[in-house]
Design a protein around this ligand. Structure first.
Ligand code: 28F
Length: 636
C-alpha cells in the first residue's frame, strides 16, 4: 500500500476493520458455515437494494473454484466521485468505513434488507482479498483490498456502455475455519429473494461442478405460495393477492387455502425472514379472523345450530400465506432478532386485510363459500379435539402416574439437565434403556412409523397413540394456542433413528410434527438429532468408530494399513450395537455428536415432507428423480 500519512480517517478505518476482525460474530452472527454464507447475503442485499430502488433487474452470484464468491448487478454502479468528508472515492468509503453505504441515511435508500445491513465493509474486512469493479460514466473502475485495506487506488481499467457493480471476494481462512459454500443453502435464499422481489432475475452459478439455477418470478408472492403448496390441492384456483401502503408501510400479501390442515404463514420485513413473527403477523391474524367471522355473519353462513364463532386456528387451517412489509427503521427483536417490533405495522396490515379481503370475498362468492365451509368444519373438529383432550386430561388426571407406560423416565426432575431420546424400534429402545445414564436420560421407544401428519387433522392426530405418548411424555401440550414451552419436561429432545431410509423417514415425520405443532421447541433449539456411527473398524485389538465415509477413510489412512487387513463393519441399524457401544458412541455427552435442529432444517424437512406425502404425484416423482442417488427403497 502506498505509504501515506495516517490521517484521522485512515486511523478510523483501521480501527473499524480491527473491531470487525476481532469480534466477527458480532457482525455476521457466527464464524461457522452460517456466518460464511452471511457474507454472500450482505453483498447480495446491496444489489437487492439497488433493485428495490428500481435501477437493477438482474443479479448474478458465482461460486468460483477455490471457494471464491462473485456478485454482479446491473444497477447504476457504486458512485466513484470523491466523497467530500473523506477525500476518497465514495466506493472506497463504502468498502472500508463501517456502516457507510447510505443504508443508514434514509435519503438514498428507503429500506435496506440484510439481517443487520452491516454492509460491504464488514465482508471486505473478513476477506483475504476483495475486488470491486464498477461500470459507470462509460468507464470501468477497479479497486482491490486485502483484509479490508486498499492495496491500490481506484483506477480505470476500461470502457463500458453498461452500468453496474461487481464484487469478488475470498473469505479469510484466518477467520473462517472451514470455507465451503453449500449450493442448496445459497439457492434457497436466492430463490426466496426472487419470490420477494417480483421480476428480479437472480442467477446462481457453481463453477466447481457446473450447476446453475435461475430464479425469476413475475408473479412474486403468488408464485411463492404456489411453490410452497406445489404438492397440495388448493380449494380455490388462484392465490388471493393484495397490496397497499398504509401509514408509509408498503404491504404485500398472498394467500391460498388447500385441502390439508396445516397452516404455513411466512412473514418478511425488508426481505428478512421474520421467523419469530411480530406485528405484521399479529395484524394479519386478527384481521383475517375478524374478516371471516363478519363475512360469515353477514351472509348467515354459520347456521345457528353451530352456535360457534370461528377461532384464529379455524380460519388458518389449511392456509398458506406470505406477508411482506417494508419498513424504513425496522426494529428486529426476539432471541434471534427475527421478530418485528414496529407497532405501526400492525395497524397498517390490519386495515389493508380488512379492506381488501372482505372486498375479495364479496367479489368471489364461490371461493369464500368454500373457505368458510372449511373453517366451520375446522371449528367442529376443534370442538371434538378439545373434547378428546379434556377426556385424556381427565383420564390422565385420574391415573396417578400419568406418564405413558413405554417411557423409561430419568431420575432427575430438573428439565434443564434432563434429556429424552425418541428411539426407533423396541430393540434399540431396550439397548438405549440399558446403556443410558438414568439420572438425566429418559428413553421413549417409538414403533416403526408415526402418523402422517400432512393429511390428518388435529383431532385425528390427538387420537394417535404414538403422538399422544410423545405429547404426554414431553408435558408441554400441543398446537399454537395450547403449547406451553415452560412445561417442557426435558431441555433436549433427541431423535435417534437408524441411518437407513426408514430411519430418515421417521426423522422427517417427527421433525415435521414438531415444526408444525411444537414450533417453539425448534425456535428454542430443544430438538436434536443423534449421530450413530456408520462403521466400526477393528485393527487387531483396537476398535474405531467412523461417523461418515470421509472419517472411515481418514482412520484407515492414519493407521496406514490397507482396507482389506482391517475388519470393517457397516452398521445397518441401532440394534446392531450393544448397550455399552450405544452409550459410548451415541449417548455419552462426553463422546457423542448430536446436531441441533434449526428452523431452516425444519422448514426444509417440512417442504420435502409435503412433497413426499402430499396429494399431487408429480412433485413427488420429480423429487425422487432429483434425489434418487440418496434414496434406496423409499416406501411412500
Ligand atoms: C455486487 C454488490 O453493492 N451494488 C450497489 C449501488 C448504487 C448506488 C449506491 C450501491 C448512495 C450514495 C451512498 C449509484 N448512483 N452490488 C452493489 N449499487 N450504492 S451498492 O450508492 C451508495 C449510497 O452514496 C448509487 C446513485 N445513487 C446510488
Amino acid at each position: 500500500m502506498p505509504d501515506k500519512e495516517y490521517t484521522a480517517q485512515n486511523i478510523q478505518v483501521l480501527k473499524g476493520l480491527e473491531a470487525v476482525r476481532k469480534r466477527p460474530a458480532m457482525y455476521i452472527g457466527d464464524i461457522s458455515g452460517k456466518g460464511l454464507h452471511h457474507l454472500v447475503y450482505e453483498i447480495v442485499d446491496n444489489s437487492i437494494d439497488e433493485a428495490m430502488a428500481g435501477y437493477a433487474n438482474k443479479i448474478e452470484v458465482i461460486i468460483g473454484k477455490g471457494e471464491t464468491i462473485t456478485v454482479i448487478d446491473n444497477g447504476r454502479g457504486i458512485p466513484v466521485d470523491i466523497h467530500t468528508g473523506e477525500q476518497k472515492p465514495a466506493v472506497e468509503v463504502i468498502m472500508t468505513v463501517l456502516h457507510a453505504g447510505g443504508k443508514f441515511d434514509k435519503s438514498s435508500y428507503k429500506v435496506s434488507g440484510g439481517l443487520h445491513g452491516v454492509g460491504a465493509s464488514v465482508v471486505n474486512a473478513l476477506s483475504k482479498w476483495c475486488i470491486v469493479e464498477i461500470s459507470r460514466n462509460n468507464k470501468i473502475y477497479k479497486q482491490s483490498y486485502e483484509r479490508g485495506v486498499p492495496v491500490e487506488q481506484l483506477h480505470e481499467i476500461g470502457k463500458s456502455e453498461k452500468s453496474g457493480t461487481k464484487i469478488s471476494f475470498l473469505a479469510d481462512d484466518e477467520i473462517f475455519k472451514e470455507i465451503y459454500y453449500k449450493f442448496d443453502i445459497l439457492s434457497n435464499r436466492l430463490r426466496e429473494l426472487a419470490f420477494l422481489n417480483e421480476n428480479l432475475e437472480i442467477v446462481l452459478k457453481d463453477e466447481r461442478d457446473g450447476r446453475e439455477e435461475t430464479y425469476k418470478y413475475e408473479g412474486g408472492l403468488r408464485e411463492f405460495v404456489k411453490f410452497l403448496d406445489e404438492s397440495r390441492t388448493p380449494i380455490h384456483q388462484d392465490p388471493i393477492y393484495f397490496e397497499g401502503e398504509k401509514d408509509g408501510v408498503p404491504v404485500q400479501i398472498a394467500m391460498q387455502y388447500h385441502s390439508a390442515y396445516i397452516e404455513t404463514i411466512l412473514t418478511y420485513c425488508n426481505n428478512v425472514n421474520t421467523i419469530e413473527g411480530g406485528t405484521h403477523l399479529s395484524g394479519f391474524k386478527s384481521a383475517l379472523t375478524r374478516s371471516l367471522n363478519s363475512y360469515a355473519q353477514k351472509y348467515n353462513l354459520i347456521k345457528n345450530t353451530d352456535k360457534i364463532s370461528l377461532s384464529g386456528e379455524d380460519v388458518r387451517e389449511g392456509l398458506t400465506a406470505i406477508i411482506s412489509v417494508k419498513v424504513t427503521d425496522p426494529q428486529f427483536e426476539g432471541q434471534t432478532k427475527t421478530k418485528l417490533g414496529n407497532s405501526e405495522v400492525r395497524g397498517a396490515v390490519e386495515s389493508l386485510v380488512n379492506d381488501k379481503l372482505f372486498e375479495f370475498f364479496e367479489e368471489n362468492p364461490s371461493v369464500s363459500k368454500k373457505v368458510i365451509e372449511k373453517c366451520i368444519s375446522a371449528a367442529r373438529a376443534r370442538e371434538a379435539a378439545r373434547h378428546a383432550r379434556e377426556l385424556t386430561r381427565r383420564k390422565t388426571a385420574l391415573e396417578s402416574n400419568s406418564l405413558p407406560g413405554k417411557l423409561a423416565d430419568c431420575a432427575s426432575n430438573d428439565p434443564e439437565e434432563c434429556e429424552i431420546y425418541l428411539v426407533e424400534g423396541d430393540s434399540a429402545g431396550g439397548s438405549a434403556k440399558q446403556g443410558r445414564d438414568r439420572r438425566f436420560q429418559a428413553i421413549l421407544p417409538l414403533k416403526g412409523k408415526i402418523l402422517n401428519v400432512e393429511k390428518s387433522r388435529i383431532d385425528k392426530i390427538l387420537a394417535n397413540d404414538e403422538i399422544k405418548t410423545i405429547i404426554t411424555a414431553l408435558g408441554a401440550g400441543i398446537g399454537a394456542e395450547d403449547f406451553d414451552i415452560s412445561r417442557l419436561r426435558y431441555s433436549k429432545v433427541i431423535i435417534m433413528t437408524d441411518a437407513d431410509v426408514d430411519g430418515s423417514h421417521i426423522r422427517t415425520l417427527l421433525l415435521t410434527f414438531f415444526f408444525r405443532y411444537m414450533t417453539e421447541m425448534i425456535q428454542h433449539g430443544n430438538i436434536y438429532i443423534a449421530q450413530p456411527p456408520l462403521y466400526k473398524l477393528r485393527n487387531g485389538k483396537s476398535e474405531y468408530y467412523a461417523y461418515s465415509d470421509k472419517e472411515k477413510d481418514e482412520i484407515i489412512k492414519t493407521l496406514n494399513t490397507d482396507e482389506n487387513k482391517m475388519n470393517i463393519q457397516r452398521y445397518k441399524g441401532l440394534d446392531e450395537m450393544n448397550p455399552d457401544q450405544l452409550w459410548e458412541t451415541t449417548m455419552n455427552p462426553e463422546t457423542r455428536t448430536i446436531i441441533r435442529v434449526s428452523m431452516e432444517n425444519a422448514m426444509e424437512a417440512d417442504h420435502i415432507f409435503t412433497i413426499l406425502m402430499g396429494d399431487d404425484v408429480e412433485p413427488r416423482k420429480k423429487f425422487i428423480e432429483d434425489n434418487a442417488q440418496y434414496v434406496r427403497n423409499l416406501d411412500i
